[in-house]
Design a protein around this ligand. Structure first.
Ligand SMILES: [Zn+2]
Ligand SMILES: [Zn+2]
Length: 258
């Protein structure tokens, strides 16, 4: 993507939510709502003069914990699902979502986009499945648009150049990019205006000037409670620990043996 301050190129991982620009040295927090929308750039130069239609895919990435009665377990999942109801198109992005660079859709892209027909809710239901109880942690749901070249009566995969068994008129795309919000806010302490510190994938940032901590949530920096243990003058470093309060509704023990 481009630095919101100076326009210099910045490369981010999907888990990162802070753009730190090495040219203008500013840091900005990215806010996307309701989910991030990305696209992949077409790669076939020989079809460069053709119209491009972007087709949406839901991408779900995260950890899945199965709480089955037989055996609990977990796995890392990174799946994508076609978000329109059209046969002939690839049903998923396969490894493309991991191997291709994804770019945020920003204003000014004048290509055609197909809008998702299969809702976010439906796709989450499909991922959850029925039967075994599953819990997802740290998941990211995003919409990724894949390019297709449209010739008069033929359609080409925008990445591999392969012919798709579908007529171009079957893809009635609109010259309108999907509606979602992409905003940036400077990562400055709301309390004193100092630069906030933290890794680019941190969820909590801190101000070393006024010793406050800020949780990035709902397009805001929300003050986060922090406590210090035995803060002395000669302390060189403070190590952070998360304190979690956990509550069980029912805790069933089948054995009391240690
Ligand atoms: Zn910059
Ligand atoms: Zn501060």
């Amino acid at each position: 993507m481009q630095c919101p301050q100076c326009g210099a190129p910045v490369v981010l991982e999907e888990t990162e939510c802070i753009v730190r620009c090495r040219f203008c040295r500013t840091s900005n927090i990215i806010h996307t709502h309701p989910y991030p929308c990305y696209y992949m750039e077409p790669r076939q130069k020989k079809y460069a003069g053709l119209q491009i239609a972007y087709v949406p895919y839901w991408r779900f990435k995260g950890l899945e914990f199965r709480l089955g009665t037989k055996q609990p377990g977990f796995r890392v999942i990174d799946h994508s699902y076609l978000a329109v109801d059209k046969s002939g198109l690839p049903v998923s992005l396969g490894l493309r979502s991991q191997t291709q660079k994804l770019k945020f859709i920003q204003k000014g892209i004048l290509e055609s986009f197909l809008l998702p027909v299969i809702s976010r809710k439906d796709i989450l239901k499909q991922i959850a499945g029925d039967g075994e109880k599953k819990v997802h942690i740290g998941e990211i749901l995003s919409l990724v648009f894949m390019p297709f070249y449209q010739d008069t009566d033929i359609l080409y995969d925008g990445l591999s150049g392969k012919v798709i068994a579908m007529h171009h008129s079957d893809l009635p795309a609109h010259k309108k990019s999907p509606a979602y919000h992409l905003e940036f806010t400077p990562s400055l302490c709301p309390n004193c205006g100092w630069d906030l510190k933290g890794e680019t994938d941190s969820l909590v940032l801190h101000c070393s000037n006024c010793m406050s901590f800020w949780l990035i949530h709902n397009k805001k920096l929300n003050k986060f409670k922090a406590m210090f243990y035995d803060k002395r003058q000669d302390t060189d470093m403070q190590m952070p620990f998360w304190r979690l309060e956990i509550e069980f509704k029912t805790l069933e023990c089948s054995t009391y043996t240690h």
